[in-house]
Design a protein around this ligand. Structure first.
Ligand code: ADP
Ligand code: ASP
Ligand code: MG
Length: 405
């Protein structure tokens, strides 16, 4: 088999952990598999590098940020290659550029365009292990780029696709994907399998165990992901195509995201084109609007409420104050202490009453729902951030997801 393994920050967080990672690589190689290994920076390292840049400048150039943070992964790739060589394994480290990751030029959130990996294939076919830095690539002008926080997952899946690997094993600090973040819900249950579709919803709704784009790629190319722990080698969770044997509970998981802010514009004269006037300037500023609610208009005026990532709150408020003045709207207000709580499950397609149950559970907890949005397989509510934990835990129990022990 040809396998791509990815080790996250905690799995390469110290020399001791790098030795343990080398044990896992060596054991897999001894099984006769071909191996490419994608590594993250040591845990905490990317944050440390970013903090240093911010000590020097409030708004450092994105090109330099990429040059800076890409070093974290180079350290771990070289260290792992050294440890593997020490054991007589023909390992070699490759930076993103050396491994052939060609990206666009959007620094700090670049997208992979293609991976020219013939030389890696040759290395693997001769029994060598390719240790590749996650998170980074190079644009057509030779600038170093990075793929956004958590991007090593995406590097690993993209490499697995390019190398036509049989599976992408993602090693982290939990032993699988759980029905909710096990740090918040101690009674969360580990899943044996989950469909790409559900994992994509969970990840995009806040379950940061896999970067959303990695799941998108895996789904598009049907690349199975095995998410497992590098601390204990029990089988983890397989992320694959939906299949008939998968359980059909109404809900398979609960996710939350604290990274939210809410903005309301009141008393906008209601005529065709207002949504375009309000959201056009936000989109031009590169800000992603998420949940949108527009009230029915009364006496020719309407209200619009929407959410944006919390980091973009101040700049969005500034844009809205300008737009509001231009459009003669009555007022703009904002709240940057809201959060999103979502329930996800393909079973929702065949179970009715999920939304009602969700609202009842939150009402019983005396949690006020500020906004609601749904799709075929998820229901999301926006609530006060202070309620997130109780909302997630109550929903997890009410939908029967708690473990019995
Ligand atoms: P790595 O550094 O290996 O990429 P991350 O910290 O990015 O690891 O992802 C692992 C973390 O994801 C876990 O420690 C866990 O707290 C969190 N997490 C959030 N939601 C879930 C979930 N549904 N199942 C498992 N882990 C989750
Ligand atoms: N080191 C990068 C980060 O912390 C990429 C990754 O770990 O996936 O975001
Ligand atoms: Mg991660």
């Amino acid at each position: 088999m040809r396998i791509v393994q990815k080790f996250g920050g905690t799995s390469v967080g110290s020399i001791e952990r790098i030795r343990k990672t080398a044990d896992i690589v060596a054991a897999e190689l001894a099984q006769g598999h071909q191996l490419a290994v994608v590594v993250s920076a040591m845990s905490g390292e990317t944050n440390r590098l970013i903090a240093m840049a911010h000590e020097l400048s409030a708004d450092p150039a994105k090109r330099e940020m990429d040059a800076l943070v890409a070093t974290g992964e180079q350290v771990t790739a070289a260290l792992l290659a050294i440890e593997l060589q020490q054991r007589g394994i023909a390992a070699q480290s490759f930076t993103g550029a050396q491994a052939g990751f060609r990206t666009d030029s959007s620094h700090v959130r670049a997208r992979i365009q293609h991976i020219a990996c013939d030389h890696l294939v040759e290395h693997l076919e001769h029994g060598g292990v390719a240790v590749v830095t996650g998170f980074q690539g190079m644009d057509e002008k030779g600038n170093i780029t990075t793929l956004g926080r958590g991007g090593s997952d995406t590097s690993a899946v993209a490499l697995a696709v390019a190398l036509q690997a049989d599976v992408c094993d993602i090693y982290t600090d939990v032993d699988g994907i759980y029905t909710a973040d096990p740090r918040m819900v101690p009674r969360a249950r580990k899943m044996q399998r989950i469909s790409y579709e559900e994992m994509l919803e969970l990840a995009s709704l806040g379950a940061k165990v896999l970067q959303t784009r990695s799941v998108e790629l895996a789904m598009r190319y049907n690349m199975p992901i095995h998410l497992r722990s590098s601390f204990d080698l029990t089988p983890g969770t397989m992320v694959t195509r939906e299949d008939e044997s998968m359980e059909r509970a109404a809900i398979s998981g609960v996710a939350y995201n604290r990274d939210e802010a809410k903005i309301t514009i009141k008393g906008i004269p209601d005529h065709p084109g207002i949504a375009a006037n309000v959201f056009g300037p936000v989109a031009e500023a590169g800000i992603n609007v998420d949940v949108i609610v527009q009230n029915i208009s009364e006496h020719g005026f309407t209200d619009i409420t929407f959410t944006v990532p919390r980091n973009d709150f101040r700049s969005t408020m500034a844009i809205m104050e300008r737009v509001c003045a231009e459009m003669d709207a009555k007022s703009v207000s904002g709240d940057d202490s809201v959060a999103k709580v979502s329930v996800v499950g393909v079973g929702m397609r065949s179970h009715s009453g999920v939304a009602q149950k969700m609202f009842d559970v939150l009402a019983a907890e005396r949690i006020n729902i500020q906004m609601i949005t749904t799709s075929e397989i998820k229901i999301t509510v926006v609530v006060d951030e202070a309620c997130v934990e109780s909302a997630v835990q109550a929903l997890h129990s009410a939908f029967g997801l708690d473990t019995d022990d």
